[in-house]
Design a binder for this molecule. Sequence first.
Ligand code: HPA
Ligand code: ZN
Length: 369
Amino acid sequence: MMQKTNEEQSQQYRTVSLREILQAMPKVDLHRHLEGSLRLETLAEVAYEHGVDLPSYDIEELRPLVQMVEGDPYDFHLFLEKFKLLRRFYSSREAVERVAYEAVADAAADNVQYLELRFSPASLAMAQEFSLDEVTEWVIAAVNRAQRDHPITVGLIISILRDFGRQVAEEVTEIAIAYRNKGIVGLDLAGDEVHYPAKPFADLFCRAKEEGLGITVHAGEAMGPERVEEAINALEADRIGHGVRTIENSNVLQLVLRRGVTLEVCPTSNLQTGVVRGLGMHPLRDLYRLGVHVTLNTDDPSVSNTTLTDEYVVAVQSIGLTMTELKNIILNGIQAAFLPPRKKARLEKRMRQALGLAAPSRFRWRFWG
Ligand code: HPA
Ligand code: ZN
């Protein structure tokens, strides 16, 4: 037998890294903001071409203005500050469409097979006083194009920003309802949880729910578990954005369990907003083992300089989840997706196959007769 060269041997025995395994894993992301998913190259390029007034057009000079960087204190309001400059950037239809298209393409490249991408029409509209209708239509069209070009399914969620006030929130709710069945699957409440409680928006969320939209509310991130309770009881939330501080209150934890509410957990974001003091102290594993329906998501890939694969690596290496637990977390994501039952069943079947998991038990029992 011919002797193998060193290179052939090392190829044969090349170890596959954890990152490669997790990158190749088909994934689900339910909590990702369009406004936090902007490639810095695109930001610089489009801003330059369209003459957007930015302090610099150099990527490295722009980076600390729009991304959490080394030396930044881990702080919720500093994190939200990074979005303010970004709002100046949506100066044309092309800019909005390009960002939406690339956000989906980037998720697909990370092997995200089902994505719920949220956006704030008011944020996208403000630079040029576009109408909320037109920016919504641009996002839907660009996302549809991206879905045709890449192996990914996308649902769009509309975000209300608490800081923009009640009047804008009412208009944004009407947009979400008007575009239900045309790409919009849910309504979200985001922005500054510290200074703006959710209760004043409750009637809007109840109306959206009656109209068939999925409801998700950022809560229990910068503020405590009582805000999670408020989101569930007053806003009828199906899912909570973050919600990690649920762990601090047994009554709220029991409420989350009883109602089967899903938490959209985003570990790197939680570190950078100062919600947890270290990734090793993140309550994700405890919440999972207590039976809470947790999911694993990115929040804002470009602001946090992360990918969903990075979040999975963190979940294994820093938080201590096993591969089996990760796969169950992906299944939680499918269960909590704002998808009609048939589409959800099809996605689950496809993802179980790709993850090497057995079909759900009802299929197996039928098969065995
Ligand atoms: N919290 C509130 N609003 C946001 C966030 C967040 O983590 N990310 C983007 N908008
Ligand atoms: Zn968020």
